[in-house]
Write a protein that binds this ligand. Structure first.
Ligand code: ARG
Ligand code: ZN
Length: 844
């Protein structure tokens, strides 16, 4: 059942040309294919096998002669001639009943596709693997005004359109869209003067919500030219927004398909965070045109080759567009919340996994986010110039290839002359390294000593030392920097580094910019953390000092029931009112660590986390902060108002973020009075939603729940927010009941992934509510996972990760979660997706 990296063998044929014709009909779409196969001289001889699932074969021919292939659940085999031959077939599929949203499916009357990773085999019989690349010509026939596929439009008539994609591509990049759509159009001229038509296709009525995505697209195109020297390579670039989509978006060649929440935005309906995500995801999918499409992956084990690199590129882009400091902090927050969590549990796996049962289960934070961190480390180790050289060589050498991580590493070795053999462990070794630090000062010499240790992960008991770039700076006790940032290269299990010629013992700032995805352990006093928060010149570590301080305080509040420390509250106030700091940074520095983060840290320190106690401590700390800042809050709130019309730019968004933090503290002291005023007056979704959240969090949201629904009941994306916010802010003991009640609401459509996530996903992220000692949330989630698994395995399996932290908790909770996991595992007809996830979480 499991597929192994070590078993890779090339396909026995190459494809020189693919021609497809679609006759669209909801219940019975006909797909005719004509595929030119040529023997692959580099492959061992093998039986001719084409993938095909849930497709009904009508007829098949080889070189014009009817053949009778042997069919199975997963595809077909057939006797084929020795040399080159032409395969033709007609199949029937039923897009309307396709609730898995994989292959060709329907969303609100519109046809669309999702083929990555292995969806094309649900469209027709084909070698559905990324190392088989071919140029496609596609004819779409249907009684719909807009008929789209990959590449350039090559011909059209009444009820049909033909598309030609000259760039050889694997089947996972195939796309087709047909529907009653309207375009928001623009154009872009590339650096070499080529004109490109740009269209964003949406349902009528949504055209006014495309301007920001279009702007982000044009900026992405320009940025990839300026920074990576990459131009676009077709006459047209189409983007389509669909409401039913399992993931965020998909980089199909020349025809990106997006979850509509990552395209559509207006000031009234989208928050600052929505705008930032739209910008990042538009860029991400566009950047895939080179890192993913022109150079693709040999097999799915190499997924990080395209995803890690493309995430890294979209992070650089967002940093350039907004603020590098703020972007880095946000990225690390997300890395810790999702990837560290994954890496520390039963689902831990290497950035390049070595086996899988269902590849869709490996579109993970580890492959994407840790994959991006690995690129960032590589860049720090070789330097910016060598990175640029290596990337040029990569595009030059591998354009048109289905490549591997070995190819990627080799490019860096050849460009720099470095041996990256040890560095490569970042791709094969799972788990988050722990980095213990001690220091010593003697006679003007300062020594930093590091020990690295990576805990065992499933299937990997022994870990070897990694190459860890440790960016370090030193400060004098008066606050001056005596050693600007330098990158130490740790390669051994234990290693020391010295700094000489110092007059006094310095204060170290270690792992600046979060230079490696590790957990840094160092006994540091609250005073030293407060000192770094006040003086560190590295914005990431400045923030990190405050975060560490807050974490220490909160953990002691939980485990020793202490009072919130005055040192922390003073430091918090100092940051809040420091007008030399960017408001966005201040907002981040004032945020409390998440309850899930505290639970993991307590567990790591040998304490069994009690989600309820963590919830109460976080509430107490928030109230104490509100009291401590009481005199400053109204003033700050006024200062951070953004006069004039709404603009989604980073500057205003930062002010609104700080204002939101202030409002949420203020609400702890005024019972939501100010929030109610803001809610009523808001002319943009950021202000409206932050007020709504504040009201809910102090239990004063009833009126807002009703009026928000009335105002927005016709806007799907906003109603998703309405569902999710209520569940996110529900009191722990009421979370399961509320979520359950919301699933009976007439607007709850469980087959729509966004809506499903807005209730069931929100429940799983409400830490105290999810882990309520009654176990009600566990049962509720398991019930829904079982139900959704029957319709949409991919989204169900993804949501099952809510249970991945189960071994952190006490025996009662563990027992209840285990029982739910076992109940799911025992279901008849469980999907391969869910079966694998539950099996791994149970450790079987
Ligand atoms: N390649 C897409 C992206 O990261 C993600 C598609 C994942 N889809 C899936 N079914 N696993 O942009
Ligand atoms: Zn991607």
């Amino acid at each position: 059942k499991a597929i192994h990296l070590s078993d890779y063998t090339p396909f026995g044929w190459q494809i020189s040309q693919v021609e497809l014709t679609f006759q669209l009909a909801p219940k019975a779409t006909r797909v005719t294919s004509k595929i030119s196969f040529v023997p692959n001289a580099d492959a061992p001889s093998q039986e001719f096998f084409l993938h095909g699932e849930q497709v009904k074969l009508i007829w098949a021919k080889i070189d014009g002669e009817t053949v009778t292939p042997t069919l199975s659940e997963t595809g077909l085999t057939c006797d084929v001639p020795q040399g080159a031959f032409i395969w033709e077939a007609e199949v029937e599929i039923a897009p309307e009943g396709n609730t898995a949203l994989e292959g060709l499916y329907m969303s609100n009357g519109m046809y669309c596709t999702q083929c990555e990773a292995e969806g094309f085999r649900k469209i027709t019989f084909y070698p559905d693997r990324p190392d088989v690349m071919a140029p496609f010509t596609v004819r779409v026939e249907g009684d719909l005004p807009v008929l789209l596929s990959n590449g350039n439009p090559s011909a059209q008539g009444d009820g049909w359109a033909e598309w030609t994609d000259p760039w050889p591509k694997p089947a996972y990049l195939f796309a087709l869209v047909a529907g009653q759509l309207e375009a928001f159009s623009d154009s872009f001229t590339t650096a070499s003067g080529k004109h490109v038509d740009l269209n964003i296709w949406v349902r009528p009525g949504d055209v006014e919500k495309c301007d920001y995505a279009m702007d982000a697209l044009k900026r992405s195109m320009k940025w990839d030219e300026d920074v990576y020297g990459r131009e676009y390579d077709l006459d047209v670039f189409n983007i389509v927004a669909v409401d039913d989509f399992n993931m965020g978006a998909m980089e199909n060649k020349g025809l990106n398909i997006f979850n509509s929440r990552y395209v559509l935005a207006s000031p009234e309906t989208a928050t600052d965070l929505d705008y930032a995500r739209i910008e990042a995801i538009i860029a991400h999918e566009y950047f895939h045109n080179w890192t993913g499409n022109r150079i693709t992956c040999r097999d799915w084990f190499q997924l990080c080759l395209k995803e890690g690199l493309t995430v890294y590129r979209d992070q650089q882009f967002s940093g350039d567009m907004r603020s590098h400091a703020v972007k880095r902090i946000e990225d690390v927050l997300m890395l810790r919340a999702r990837q560290f969590r994954e890496d520390n549990g039963p689902l831990a796996h290497p950035v390049r996994p070595e086996s899988y049962v269902e590849i869709n289960n490996f579109y993970t934070a580890t492959v994407y986010e840790k994959g991006a961190e690995v690129i960032g480390m590589l860049k720090q180790l070789v330097g910016d110039d060598s990175y640029a050289k290596a990337l040029d060589l990569y595009f030059d050498r591998h354009d048109g290839d289905a490549a591997t991580i070995e190819d990627w590493i080799k490019v860096f070795e050849d460009a720099t002359g470095r041996d990256l053999g040890q560095f490569k462990r970042w791709y094969s070794q799972a788990g988050t390294p722990r980095l213990d630090v001690s220091d010593d000062f003697n006679d003007g010499t300062y020594t930093l000593s590091f020990k690295q240790k990576t805990p065992a992960t499933p299937g990997q008991d022994q870990k070897e030392p990694q190459v860890i770039p440790i960016a370090v700076g030193l400060l004098n006790p008066n606050g001056d920097e005596v050693q600007p940032t330098t990158v130490l290269e740790m390669t051994d299990a234990e290693q020391s580094f010295t700094f000489t010629g110092l007059s006094t013992r310095p204060v170290p700032s270690i792992l600046r910019g979060f230079s490696a995805p590790v957990i840094l352990n160092r006994d540091t006093s609250a005073d030293e953390r407060a000192f770094l928060l006040a003086h560190d010149t590295d914005p990431f570590n400045k923030w990190e000092a405050g975060r560490a301080l807050a974490k220490d305080v909160l953990m002691r509040m939980v485990s020793e029931n202490t009072e919130p420390s005055a040192a922390y509250l003073d430091a918090l106030r100092a940051v809040a009112v420091d007008e030399t700091l960017d408001p966005a940074f201040r907002a981040l520095a004032m945020g409390l660590p998440s309850q899930d983060d505290i639970a993991q840290s307590l567990f790591d320190s040998g304490v069994t986390p009690d989600p309820d106690a963590i919830y109460r401590a976080a509430k107490r700390l928030k109230r104490a902060a509100a009291q401590h800042l009481l005199a400053d809050l109204p003033n700050l709130y006024g200062q951070m108002a953004c006069p004039g019309p709404y603009s989604p730019d980073a500057k205003d968004a930062g002010r609104r973020a700080l204002r939101e933090t202030v409002l949420s503290l203020l609400s702890e002291t005024d019972g939501g009075a100010q929030a109610a005023v803001q809610f009523a007056a808001a002319d943009n979704m950021s202000d409206q939603l932050s007020a709504f959240a504040s009201l809910l969090s102090v239990g004063a949201g009833d009126d807002a729940v009703a009026s928000f629904y009335d105002q927005w009941k016709d806007d799907r994306l906003v109603i998703d927010k309405w569902f999710s916010l209520q569940v996110s802010y529900a009191a722990p003991e009421k979370t399961a009941a509320l979520a359950s009640e919301l699933t009976t609401h007439k607007d709850f459509d469980w087959k729509n992934p966004n809506r499903f996530r807005s209730v069931i996903g929100a429940l799983s992220m409400n830490a105290a509510g999810f882990h309520d000692p009654s176990g009600a949330s566990y049962t509720f989630l398991a019930d829904w996972l079982i139900k959704l698994d029957g319709a949409n395995p991919q989204t169900a399996a993804r949501m099952s990760t809510a249970f991945e932290t189960w071994r952190r908790y006490d025996a009662d909770r563990q027992g209840m979660i285990r029982a739910q996991l076992e109940r799911i595992a025992a279901q008849g007809g469980l999907s391969r997706d869910m079966g694998e996830m539950v099996g791994r979480m149970l450790g079987s």
